[in-house]
Design a protein around this ligand. Structure first.
Ligand SMILES: Nc1nc2c(ncn2[C@@H]2O[C@H](COP(=O)(O)OP(=O)(O)OP(=O)(O)O)[C@@H](O)[C@H]2O)c(=O)[nH]1
Ligand SMILES: [Mg+2]
Length: 275
């Protein structure tokens, strides 16, 4: 399928950051590399790569993994319920050996055990994808008794965002653990998920990353050494859908054509990183 160009003038993802200084780059929309999701997967033919997908409850991890494994594009696809155990996905193609482990966001025993096994197990990871919904966590996914869901939407979103930032800090600590255990270089992608819900805000993401994300990863990069970790922020949308909070309904801001472009761009960048 030919790819449409990403045509939103607000997108500021093209600003590649001072990579040498703090090691964080915001992925640039490079024309020409997004050859399509299928060819992105095919490029990884035969190569075994171990990816871990982490992030908060309802951030979109399982759905992203389903799209990465090719299931999500099926017309019969149904979005999964809350995850309660570590999920494993592989590409459905015969030869691709992309192994995904998805850690449930809810802090169950499986969450901690899954992270222990992934970060300090026998085999090193090639990449960690932290799925970050920019505050658009599904309200029904947060743990019972969590007060976040009782506030009006903006307060909810702010609380969700803070929750996600704390989980990002956890991931940074886990990546330090991975380094201590394996001493292997790793790719760390912060996937800004569900961008169909906040596409019009993308121009502000750059400032948000500078203010909130970069300070949180600086220590990680110093700990691991900038030459041993690549850190990138990648926008992605998968299952575009309306978002409900109490009586408010928020509609997606773009359709499948733009979704496909982001998805393909995301896949192409993974190929760049892992191929
Ligand atoms: N609008 C929109 N909604 C999305 C997108 N991706 C996921 N969602 C919605 O977010 C919900 C949660 O996604 P999941 O993938 O199940 O979330 P998760 O991160 O696996 O959450 P846990 O299993 O609770 O840890 C889905 O049911 C979808 O309704 C997206 O790209 N756009
Ligand atoms: Mg899940």
């Amino acid at each position: 399928m030919p790819l449409p160009a990403l045509a939103n003038p607000h997108i500021s993802w093209g600003l590649v950051q001072k990579a040498g200084e703090a090691g964080l780059t915001i992925y640039k929309n490079r024309k020409g590399i997004a050859e399509g999701w299928d060819s992105a997967l095919a490029f990884l033919f035969g190569k075994k790569r171990r990816l871990l997908i982490v992030g908060a409850e309802g951030a979109g991890k399982s759905v992203l993994a389903d799209y990465m494994a090719g299931k999500g594009l099926s017309p019969k696809y149904l979005v999964p319920k809350r995850s309660i155990r570590v999920e494993k996905e592989r590409s459905q193609t015969e030869h691709l050996r992309l192994e995904l482990s998805i850690i449930p966001g809810q802090k169950l025993k499986a969450h901690y055990d899954g992270k222990d096994a992934a970060y300090a197990g026998d085999k090193a990871l090639d990449a960690v994808i932290h799925v970050f919904a920019n505050g658009w966590l599904d309200p029904d996914r947060l743990a019972p008794g969590d007060a976040l869901g009782s506030s009006p939407f903006m307060a909810y979103r702010l609380a969700s965002l803070n929750h996600e930032l704390r989980m990002l800090e956890d991931t940074c600590e886990d990546l330090k653990r991975h380094w201590s255990h394996h001493h292997q270089p790793i790719n760390f992608a912060i996937a800004f998920s569900k961008i169909d819900l906040y596409h019009e805000e993308l121009s502000t993401i750059h400032d948000f990353i500078e203010a909130e994300i970069r300070p949180r990863i600086q220590d990680l990069i110093h700990h691991v050494g900038a030459q041993n970790i690549s850190v990138e922020a990648l926008p992605v949308a998968t299952h575009i859908d309306e978002f409900r909070f109490a009586n408010d309904v928020f509609q997606p801001q773009f359709g499948l054509t733009i979704r496909n472009a982001y998805l393909n761009q995301f896949g192409a960048r993974l190929v760049d990183l892992l191929g």
